[in-house]
Ligand binder design. Structure first.
Ligand SMILES: Cc1cc2nc3c(=O)[nH]c(=O)nc-3n(C[C@H](O)[C@H](O)[C@H](O)COP(=O)(O)OP(=O)(O)OC[C@H]3O[C@@H](n4cnc5c(N)ncnc54)[C@H](O)[C@@H]3O)c2cc1C
Length: 413
């Protein structure tokens, strides 16, 4: 069979899947399957929440990124049959056959079985989640009358973020800055209350002490209340129940946002192949499943041994693996030797509110407004396709990246 007729099916259009598809364009009959119509540059979802960036900057449609060398299927994959090399979809009737399969469906929010969390806590992984949170913040602000005493305002505008990894730290500082700005604009009395709740004993446990120092001082400056060694027992529509030192407390909340971890994608749970204890797919150094040489897996669903441990579950890793996966798919089809690669940390960057960030690059950490600019520059270079990078870079440079205030509903711009 001629190479261009080999059916290469890529499941998932995030960091792993989209970048693999971009590299494989024209290498066969390539199909990208995603349940969304757009890619998401998730590291900047916080800036989307605050309006510093726009949807088209970080969530470009696949049709803008891919040319006609890649077929696009927008559907949810419901089943993978590795023995018969078939993929089934929720909407499309007939299953799809493949010669080579690339699995890159990413993870889902891990509510860790906490009572009420899946029902009432807001996840923060997609554009729709950021929209829902922003709306919740505006509604909560709108419901506060201007003459309400400060202690009642504080209670009505209490937001809890669960999980103090990078996501929780970035989100809580961003929300604190946005809400504080809204307080000034609306002349509200007192201040909002932002709780960051963490089961462990420190913030950003996956990061080094150098960057943690910047995160800790940003949390203090933004007056985010950090509660470490605190477990969430339950979430309701308007409260969170926590336990610290064996003492349970119930706190009234305007919203609870869940950034407490990532769980294996249910699609992968059903696959009977070699997995780690955490359910990650074991891949060999060429990114192939152990007994299916025509199936590659990467990103948040795969365990790849030859990578710096800090890279587990990051876009950086998925992005680097995509290059290797695409190269190896081409080699497999051509009957050539496959390659392996060691993956290193490319640097860390966390957004800390609307005016500052912290960046670790070349072993040195720095913070403040300069780090915010560096983060924007760093991320411009990691967006997909030259064309999109140029458009976004020009937009950020010429039109700026000023936050969009939480104006009352009805006068949103
Ligand atoms: C808010 C947030 C901020 C983050 N910030 C950073 C950061 O600063 N730095 C960093 O390195 N990492 C960051 N991460 C982690 C990073 O986003 C992930 O590690 C990375 O996206 C993993 O890539 P992936 O390709 O495995 O999965 P994803 O990028 O999640 O892509 C999976 C894709 O598969 C699709 N999909 C899922 N199930 C199905 C199905 N059944 N059928 C069809 N399609 C499906 C999804 O819609 C999605 O498009 C962040 C994550 C989040 C949520």
């Amino acid at each position: 069979m001629a190479n261009e007729n080999k059916r290469i099916v890529i499941l998932g259009g995030g960091f792993g899947g989209l970048f693999t598809a971009l590299d494989l364009a024209g290498a066969g009959d390539v199909t990208l399957v995603s349940d969304e119509d757009h890619f998401l540059f998730s590291p900047m979802l916080y800036e989307y929440l605050s309006g510093e960036v726009e949807e088209w900057h970080i969530a470009p449609h696949y049709t803008e990124l891919l040319d006609d060398q890649v077929n696009l299927v927008q559907d949810r994959v419901s089943n993978i049959d590795l023995e018969n090399r078939l993929v089934s979809f929720e909407k499309a009737g007939e299953p799809f056959g493949y010669d080579v399969l690339v699995l890159a469906v990413g993870g889902v929010t891990n509510y860790a079985g906490v009572e009420g969390a899946a029902q009432f806590a807001l996840p923060f992984r997609k554009i729709a989640h950021a929209d829902a949170l922003r709306q919740r913040m505006v509604e909560a602000l709108d419901a506060v009358p201007p003459d309400l005493p400060p202690q009642d305002v504080r209670s009505a505008l209490t937001f809890a973020i669960v999980g103090a990894g990078a996501s929780g730290a970035e989100l809580s500082t961003k929300m604190a800055d946005l809400l504080r700005d809204a307080f000034e604009r609306r002349a509200l009395r007192g201040e909002p209350r932002i709780l960051l709740i963490e089961m462990g004993d420190k913030v950003v446990p996956g990061m080094g002490q150098e960057i943690r120092t910047f995160v800790e001082s940003a949390l203090q400056e933004s007056r985010v209340e950090l509660h470490t060694l605190t477990r969430v027992l339950g979430v309701t529509e308007n409260s969170v129940r926590v336990e610290h030192n064996g003492a349970p407390t119930e706190i009234r909340t305007a919203a609870v946002v869940w950034t407490g971890g990532v769980l294996m994608n249910p699609l992968i749970l059903g696959l009977e192949v070699d997995k780690t204890e955490r359910g990650l797919l074991r891949v060999n150094p060429m990114l192939q499943l152990m007994v299916h040489e025509n199936v590659f897996a990467l990103g948040d669903i795969a365990f790849f041994a030859d990578a710096s441990p800090t890279l587990a579950g990051t876009a950086q890793l998925a992005l680097q693996q995509a290059r290797l996966a695409a190269r190896n798919v081409k080699s497999l089809i051509a009957g050539q030797e496959l390659h392996t690669k060691h993956f290193e940390e490319l640097g860390e960057a966390v957004s800390l509110g609307t005016e500052r960030a912290a960046v670790l690059a070349g072993g040195k950490a720095f913070g403040g407004p300069l780090a915010r600019q560096a983060r924007f520059a760093m991320y411009t270079s990691r967006l997909p396709t030259w064309h999109h990078r140029l458009r976004v870079g020009a937009s950020w440079f010429f039109e700026g990246t000023t936050p969009r205030p939480l104006l009352p509903l009805g006068i949103q711009r």
